[in-house]
Design a protein around this ligand. Structure first.
Ligand code: GUN
Length: 301
């Protein structure tokens, strides 16, 4: 069997197109566009790339994009002051503080200072708790993107078994909660688990966010399973030139694709969906703040 390729670029383009259309209608209706504020502290090159891309895609969807930069030595108080201002700014409906923050800043406190209604990352403890108890809330973008792609394959998750490898607050835990909220049977494995291959063989759905290149092998896979690879690992690739690198996932893609039913590639799988879901979360936050109906765009296909 050769697995069907789950093309994140195609899914993300469809989400972006839907966002553009709805933003155009709602902006004309309300006389105001959804606004996304992205805050970057310091000059981490990878974060700079992400922040630029988030701003560009928000603007491309017809949203207002605001970028705020603070120097790496900014104090916690300066950052919290900025967030408090954005919390009350009527032009800003979504706030994202790019992580990781420089070590002297307390990320948890910073995130919990963002108004939960504007927390388009879904990292505020109130949104985490609401998702954890199966209530409507803002859901972190990467697991939301994974769920949207999975919904193309599963109308109903009941009776399915999912294994989530990785228990980070950003991906693994919210992913497991979303699958559980959909009545999937969910197993969570992580770096202290000793029997991951056996657990994986039980899984109809495998979501991997471990940060270990090529961790998941073909003989771990239940034939026909759906495999979502969240890993993005930059590895040396001398075969394409001296000093060159390439991106690989946490799944041994070339071999696993012979056993799985469907699989996301890296790059071009989960990655493009993450920013598309940020736009979806921003639009949803805008709708809630303006008391407009939110058409449940996110988890439908
Ligand atoms: N850094 C890497 N990924 C993310 C993300 O999804 N949100 C934020 N705020 N920072 C990140």
């Amino acid at each position: 069997m050769t697995a069907e390729l789950i093309d994140g670029k195609v899914h993300a383009a469809a989400v972006r197109a839907k966002m553009r259309d709805r933003v155009a209608v709602l902006t004309a209706q309300c006389g105001q566009a959804p606004g996304l504020a992205v805050v970057l502290v310091g000059e981490d090159p990878a974060s700079e790339v992400y922040v630029r891309s988030k701003g560009k895609q928000a603007a491309g969807a017809g949203m207002k994009s605001f970028e705020y930069r603070l120097p790496a030595h900014a104090t916690q108080e300066e950052l919290l002051d900025l967030i408090e201002r954005l919390n009350t700014d009527p032009q800003v409906h979504g706030i994202l503080v790019q992580l990781p923050l420089p070590g002297h800043l307390e990320s948890r406190h910073v995130i919990n200072t963002i108004s939960p209604a504007k927390d388009v990352d879904g990292f505020h403890i109130s949104n985490v708790g609401m998702v954890g108890t199966g209530q409507d809330a803002i859901v972190p973008c990467t697991p939301l993107g994974c769920m949207m792609m999975l919904r193309h394959y599963y109308d109903d998750f009941r009776g399915r078994t999912a294994l989530v490898i990785g228990h980070s607050n950003v991906v693994g835990k919210p992913m497991a909660r979303l699958l559980l909220n959909a009545d999937c049977t969910v197993i969570i494995a992580h770096k202290s688990s000793t029997n991951i291959p056996e657990l994986a063989r039980l899984a109809d759905i495998l979501v991997v966010a471990a940060g270990v290149p090529g961790l998941v092998k073909a003989d771990w896979i239940k034939p026909g399973a759906t495999v979502i690879d969240v890993g993005i690992n930059r590895i040396a690739a001398p075969e394409i030139g001296e000093g060159k690198h390439r991106l690989v996932g946490d799944v041994d893609f070339e071999n696993v694709r012979d056993v799985a039913g469907a699989i996301t590639p890296v790059p071009g799988g989960v990655g493009p969906m993450t920013i598309a879901c940020l736009l979806a979360n921003t639009l949803s936050a805008f709708c809630h703040q303006l008391h407009l109906p939110d058409e449940e765009l996110l988890l439908e296909d």
